[in-house]
Design a protein around this ligand. Structure first.
Ligand code: NAP
Length: 255
């Protein structure tokens, strides 16, 4: 079996309908996996399936994963189709920016529910399917999408976002310890700037400055984050767990 081949693997990518989630979904499909994508709107899911289908076997199951019952329903619906889940990518996320004095309590509830609580609840809901897929030689994989804003203090006033990303990095380490003996690896990718709906306004305004500040002199491209996800999901990443991997052109290292 080739080191980076995912033929025969089943993956779930939350927020796989656009942005970084879609970049990762496309990469996993190209590497041979069957991919379930999920986000809130059925219509967006359908459009994403149409865009991704030329790359492989892709199915959309809409769910609002900020609620526990929806996390459980998503796992149950994937379970109606599959016995095994080899790869869970906890990618869906949201941000909120506001000056300290105006920062609403609701922006803590919303951002923490989606960025931090949902990855925990989904990992737990999918555990039986991950364990069925897992073996000592070829563990099942959980890949959490953190952020370099969880490693450094960001420029923008995104209090709950950066705290949620630091939290998901720590949750990654905790779950790696807990799930290693059950043959499941848990790692996080900490992206730097990538083009998406979430970053569109910031990159339009400051994209050139942000790129110039990066040691590699550019923002991220789809292959940059897809490649890291394929590595973590494939035989190449079988011995890596509890790692937080910045994919940021060196921004964090040079910080
Ligand atoms: N882009 C970057 O530069 C960057 C950098 C560091 C980290 N990240 C992280 O990468 C991940 C993806 O971000 P992105 O930039 O690709 O953002 P994005 O373009 O806004 O995509 C977010 C995805 O999550 C889905 N989503 C939002 N709320 C949801 C909910 N309640 N339930 C289910 N799905 C939901 C969205 O679909 P619907 O709205 O249709 O539900 C969409 O598919 C996030 O965790 C983000 O923090 C991004």
């Amino acid at each position: 079996m080739a080191l980076f081949d995912l033929t025969g693997k089943v993956a779930v990518v939350t927020g796989g309908t656009r942005g970084i989630g879609m970049m990762i979904a496309r990469g996993l499909l190209d590497a041979g996996a069957k991919v379930y994508i999920s986000s809130r709107k059925a219509e967006t899911g359908k459009a994403a399936v149409a865009e991704l289908s030329p790359h492989g076997d892709v199915i959309s199951i809409p769910a609002d994963i900020s609620s526990e019952t929806e996390c459980q329903r998503l796992a149950a619906e994937v379970g109606d189709h599959e016995r095994n889940l080899h790869i869970l990518v906890n990618n869906a996320g949201a941000t909120w920016g506001a000056p300290l004095e105006e920062f609403p309590a609701s922006a803590w509830d919303k951002v923490l529910a989606l960025n931090l609580k949902a990855p925990f609840l989904l990992t737990r809901a999918f555990l039986p399917m991950l364990e069925t897929a897992a073996s000592a030689d070829d563990p099942a994989r959980v890949i959490n999408i953190g952020s370099i804003d969880g490693l450094r203090v960001p420029d923008l006033e995104t209090y709950s976002y950066s705290a949620s990303k630091a939290g998901i990095h720590q949750l990654t380490r905790v779950l790696a310890k807990q799930l290693g003996p059950r043959h499941i690896t848990v790692n996080a990718i900490a992206p730097g700037p990538f083009q998406s709906k979430m970053t569109a306004a910031t990159l339009e305004q400051f994209g050139d400055i942000i790129a110039a500040r990066s040691p590699l002199g550019r923002i991220g491209r789809p292959d940059d984050v897809a490649g890291t996800a394929i590595y973590l999901a494939s035989r190449a990443g079988a011995y890596t767990t509890g790692a937080i991997i910045p994919v940021d052109g060196g921004i964090w290292a040079a910080h």
